[in-house]
Design a protein around this ligand. Sequence first.
Ligand code: ADP
Length: 454
Amino acid sequence: MKKVLIANRGEIAVRIIRACHELKLKTVAIFAKEDDLSVHRFKADEAYLVGAGKRPIEAYLDMDDIIRIAKQTGADAIHPGYGFLSENEAFAAKCQQAGITFIGPTAEQLAIFGDKIRAKEAALAAGLHTIPGSDGPVKSVAEVREFGQRHGFPVMVKAALGGGGRGMRIIRNAQEVAENFERARSEAQQSFGDDELYVEKYLENPKHIEVQILADQHGNVIHLFERDCSVQRRHQKVIEFAPSIVLSESRRQEICNAAVRLMKSVHYQNAGTVEFLVTAEDYYFIEVNPRVQVEHTVTEMITNVDIVQSQILIASGKNLHKDLKIPEQNQIFFHGCAIQCRVTTEDPENNFMPDTGKIETYRSPGGYGVRLDGGNAYTGSIITPYFDSLLVKACVSSRTFEGAVMKMNRVLNEFIIRGVKTNIPFMQNVLNHPVFKAGEAHTTFIDKTPELFV
Ligand code: ADP
């Protein structure tokens, strides 16, 4: 592997370009017309317009044009980042047909985990606990009602191809089934082009715990411990940290080993995350994200393993232990605690509507134990309405969770961002809330805590 095309934009494109350059690989960026001033294109060795004439997001989804650029520039690998084409099995297959390495799992593995019903079947087959639910899709209101009556409400209907917290709805009683079923179905059709739904019990107050996996092409599968991503707004993550501060050591081992077992059972390759919902009683598999995640940073900070470099090296056939020099599982340890806040250009006073315009002033924090991953975060940057509103990921690490919370407070205070609204004041409210500080935040914490919004 000599040259990598990064099929993404923003902070993750910059993150990947940096990893490539550290590995002495050349980089090719692609950009939509609306992104012609985007930082990622200037960080790469070469950059090309993609999807000419298409709308902004569609440009980055233009598989044939991306492969054309890869071929013309002599790129021998493509890193898809997260979102966009990262979980698209057709794209992985097209890369393979073109003789280009797709930096990620195989098309078949993407197919399994892209369909949450198939993923749940794989998890069950590997002996993981799953949330009681329909075995397979539900086709009618009557089926969902019957499931609720048999297992008890509340239940949740979820899009089989869902992602990003969309296409899922809570149903609290039999009367609510019809409306929510139809809504979830139309949302699924609109967002994912497929209206297949399944139903499972709704867990009232779980924690979202996920396990980072690395797997090479030689059958070595390791975990890099867990992240707690319970602080969510509308089922989307806002603040993440590693490790969990409430899991017992034996529970941690059990969950991490279960994740490894599942990934081994499908002969997984590359980086992936196995997600669980954890209650006081048990832990339940929910899905696998077969790609790098936004919050991979906090795992890097506590384990010192560069996950993006690892992805690239794994895809070029290297061995986790012999080549990457990552120790055997029982010799991998984590140190301290890391927290990530997703700084977005969203206005907390206006229902988190994305804000746009020119950043008049941008001053970033720094100092010991601080890491910033940004895309277009600088004075003079124009924030457009076309893409997601993530501006910069602020990460800190410290010896303890308390220390990391204190540092993150300082870091958020040190930001000066004028010209666009951000969610910084909101995240400060979360960080200073006694429930968060006690490590007691569950997935419904934000939605159930109105004082965070003042
Ligand atoms: P997506 O792929 O859209 O991110 P997930 O299946 O990962 O969807 O779920 C996202 C979040 O939705 C979870 O972290 C959790 O907060 C909530 N969730 C999903 N399934 C359930 C469930 N059965 N009970 C309670 N909450 C759930």
